[in-house]
Write a new protein. Sequence first.
Length: 352
Amino acid sequence: MRRGSSDGTRSATADSSAPLDRIICRSPSMAAVLRDIEKIAPVDVSVLLLGESGTGKELLAQAIHELSSRARGPFVAINCPAIPETLLESELFGHEKGSFTGAVQQTLGKIESANGGTLFLDEIGDIPQSMQVKLLRFLQSQVIERVGGGRPRQVNVRIVYATNQDLGHQIAEGRFREDLFYRINQVAVRVPPVRERGGDAVLLANHFLKRFAAEFGREPRGFSSEALQMIGAYRWPGNVRDIENRVRRAVIMGRGSVITAADLDLAEPEFSENLIDLRQARQRAEAEVLRQALAQTGSNLSQAAKLLGISRPTLYSLLRQHEIGTLGLRREQLSGGVTGRLSWRDGIDVAG
Ligand SMILES: Nc1ncnc2c1ncn2[C@@H]1O[C@H](COP(=O)(O)OP(=O)(O)O)[C@@H](O)[C@H]1O
Ligand SMILES: [Mg+2]
């Protein structure tokens, strides 16, 4: 679907499947994001996608493009920090022949090449101050000037921005311009990390397992029950990208009849990273313990409640609060291996 290149830019070609169906999820938190995207996409506003690395921001940006009236136009992505500061201006705005050493020919900038379509500015929180000023000027005028002169050109692009930075903090620290922030923050969507998506990790792992098995012509083995428990309990700091990478590797390297936790290189669940705030830390620990109790009891809610020393109603409400579904962890699925037919429309399942 995509071609990659080393300069940090990518382009996408349309896929026949409905854009949102490519986004695998079942958790209420992600379903809410997709509903927002459906509403925002057809309206010609700029969108700011906020979320950790690997949560699917670029996939959502493509979906926004494909669900918009610009779908037949280009989708041009640019990963701002991947481009050296000295080249970023010409990358965005283009340059005239001879405008600097190495500018051997006139080159179209990414903004101009997205004319009539959508420009995806990834990691916008990391662009240098000098570029912030130039970008702001463009947003105010919709006019670009190539490096090294030439006549100003009117460009019609919709911009989707993404960042994993806390822009409020960046502004407070003087690293990000407040006036630019207000320009780009027309509509913001927070994309939750995988650890806030209930049973989505297991769903995603099964999805990638099927996909890579087919792609590499391997027998589609299932995950061991221990692997499924680990997938459900792991914090996934690298989010969907990390699930994708580990499953790809396991499909290529694994030998046994099932994929094990060791094939996925999953260790004990992590508790220790970045415990900045006590409330967050408590929430996180609580969610982990709930997942472990479900895993240990094969999602038998009575047993899990007993194990945790709480009542069933309390357990229900905690599962709902943490958006933890039990479908992905049920016994028959633990032994049955690949599930993966659930979609975000199926909703949460804690009624057992
Ligand atoms: N919900 C999802 N369903 C299927 N694949 C996903 C999903 N979210 C992300 N991916 C895949 O995970 C990888 C990382 O996603 P990406 O959009 O690049 O994340 P980000 O831009 O937030 O870093 C990509 O290969 C993407 O296709
Ligand atoms: Mg990205």
